[in-house]
Design a protein around this ligand. Structure first.
Ligand code: 5GP
Length: 290
């Protein structure tokens, strides 16, 4: 047998790096499949374009489907006569079709729509979110935060109020769809409830700040990102000044931040000016059903 070619250290390191990146890509897709963020059909589709993904073993793939352990995955492989070492790239046409039929998971169009509402602090996102809570077929995600509860807020309704330790643990356990720091506190969207609602065909609204919205774009390209703008800068200032719940220092910091935040509008799919809450809600309903 011919000996494998001898590699220089540089070539060897490069090969190791490529292998590591491929492993990471496969792990990321398995994770998303397991969380219900993508369907089997979407993963197989992506494998057509990604050599790293095409090399994933079919057994590994099936084990990542929610509710499928080793034994169920193996028996499915036997049912469709797929050898235990087969990789996605080696699946026959019939085997592939059988698997897709077996997991007749609702496709992306039957899932709920993920809407992200962002914009500068004080623009009125929470009033919009509050109004949307009353609309049938919509669910507004409840975030976790390390910020202390305001006098008019309740646990599980406005936020889940986490200690710093609990927030760290949630990050470690990959519980968040996104999380970010804002004005000295941390905020995060618990992923499980969002995925559950979307899988049931319910539209989900995340009311979050801009860095979080950017993270959602990376993980969930199908999400629709909406930027809420104030009718004018003066209007935003008067709304922030009029907030009785913040200290003067915090209000000043929020004003400075709002100025930076307004510049992020171009990153979003849709910009809506918040003239009237009802009109914004109507636009969001239209976007979800588009
Ligand atoms: P507040 O402290 O006024 O309730 O919220 C401060 C900012 O945090 C707001 O811009 C709000 O949209 C944002 N926020 C609330 N929940 C989340 C979340 O889960 N993730 C991110 N990234 N931002 C959030």
């Amino acid at each position: 047998m011919a000996l494998p070619p001898r590699l220089s250290d540089e070539e060897r390191n490069r090969a190791l790096e490529i292998a590591k990146a491929s492993r990471q890509e496969r792990a990321q897709f398995k994770n998303r499949l397991n969380k219900g963020e993508i369907t089997l059909a979407q993963l197989l589709d992506s494998a057509e374009r990604s050599p790293a993904l095409a090399k994933m073993r079919v057994l590994e793939l099936l084990e990542s489907i929610p509710g499928y352990g080793k034994i169920r995955a193996q028996s499915l492989m036997e049912k469709y006569e797929i050898s235990s070492t087969r990789r996605i790239q080696g699946l026959g046409r019939h085997q592939r079709q059988s698997l897709l039929k077996e997991f007749d998971i609702p496709n992306i169009h039957q899932r709920g729509r993920l809407l992200v509402l962002s914009g500068p602090g004080g623009v009125g996102k929470s009033s919009v979110a509050k109004a949307l809570r009353l609309v049938d077929g919509f669910w507004v995600s409840v975030s976790a935060t390390t910020r202390a509860a305001r006098f008019n807020e309740s646990e599980g309704v406005d936020y889940f109020f986490y200690s710093n330790e609990r927030f760290d643990e949630a990050i470690r356990n990959d519980e968040f769809l996104e999380w970010a720091e804002f004005a000295g506190n941390r905020y995060g969207t618990p992923a499980a409830a969002v995925n559950e609602a979307l899988a049931k065909g319910i539209h989900v609204l995340l009311e979050i700040e801009i860095e979080g919205a950017k993270q959602v774009r990376e993980h969930s390209p199908e999400a629709h990102l909406v930027f809420l703008e104030p009718p004018s800068w003066e209007e935003l200032v008067s709304r922030l000044e009029g907030r009785g719940t913040d200290s003067p220092e915090r209000r000043a910091a929020r004003l400075a931040l709002a100025q930076e935040e307004l510049a992020a509008a171009s990153f979003f799919d849709t910009v809506i000016v918040n003239e009237r809450v009802e009109d914004v809600v109507a636009s969001l309903i239209r976007l979800a059903s588009a």
